[in-house]
Design a protein around this ligand. Structure first.
Ligand code: DGL
Length: 253
């Protein structure tokens, strides 16, 4: 079994999760697969998402990687029990519970949860938040236009315009970014709603059981896109300001 940590998302969102993990634990080795070929996952039903993710998990198994951080709320909300049942050898680390568990207690009374359509439909966040604190009212807001804009490298002005349009009637005292792509919109969302904004990045860093390591040297970061590695490399340079290399991964979906 490899000591590498696998990570998955449909694309650029999970790379923010990866960045947070690499910053916190540079000594670890990471392998990230961004399934840009099938992004956005939020437009697919659970059956399709399960199919795509299964093929990617089999790829991880071929590398002997069995520890997986799921950097995608849509996967967590829709297919986590099926994934755990199908891949019993894997340890899956999901992000919904840690994202909710980081909320400050007794502070919020009305949270807006922004997510993909596929996540909103499951009410996974509403259920998790009301389990955390039944006194919190939760407004679930699907934002299907956000991921295509981010994946399509839309300008900051275009992103701000989309955020303003989507959030114009929202009143809340806190907002949860229940899609790992949305932290790219954090400033626009905060400027629009003027409330605290929570995402999954630090939450999963705090939750993952990092191995104790005395390694001095840096670990490796291997990144694949199922669509176009060169293109993702450019997206990473422009959005994340990292010079990470990306390979194209051709899988038999
Ligand atoms: N970033 C993912 C999420 O957290 C998937 C977004 C998408 O591909 O629709 O839900």
């Amino acid at each position: 079994m490899s000591s590498k940590i696998g990570m998955i998302d449909s694309g650029m969102g999970g790379l923010l999760v990866l960045k947070a993990c690499v910053e916190a634990h540079p000594e670890c080795d990471f392998v990230f697969v961004g399934d840009q070929l099938h992004a956005p996952y939020g437009e697919h039903d659970a059956e399709k998402i399960f199919h795509y993710v299964t093929v990617i998990m089999e790829y991880f198994a071929s590398l002997h990687i069995y520890d997986i951080i799921i950097g995608c709320n849509t996967i967590c909300a829709n297919i986590l029990p099926q994934l755990r049942a199908r891949f019993s050898r894997f340890r899956f680390f999901e992000i919904i519970d840690p994202t909710v568990a980081q909320l400050p207690r007794g502070v919020h009374r009305h949270l807006a949860v922004l997510s993909t359509e596929a996540t909103a439909k499951t009410h996974a966040y509403k259920n998790a938040i009301q389990h955390f604190d039944p006194a919190i009212a939760v407004q679930e807001i699907a934002c299907p236009e956000f991921v295509p804009l981010i994946e399509g490298n839309a300008s900051a002005a275009r992103l701000t315009q989309a955020v303003k349009k989507r959030l114009k009637d929202v009143t809340c005292d806190g907002v949860v970014l229940a899609c790992t792509h949305y932290p790219y919109l954090r400033e626009a969302i905060a400027a629009c709603l003027h409330v605290p904004v929570y995402d999954s990045n630090q939450a999963i860093v705090n939750r993952y059981p990092w191995p104790v390591s005395h390694k001095q040297e840096k670990g490796s970061v291997t990144i694949y896109s199922t669509l176009d590695g060169e293109q993702m490399e450019k997206q990473i340079a422009s959005l994340l300001k990292q010079d990470w290399k990306v390979k194209t991964l051709i899988l038999d979906f």
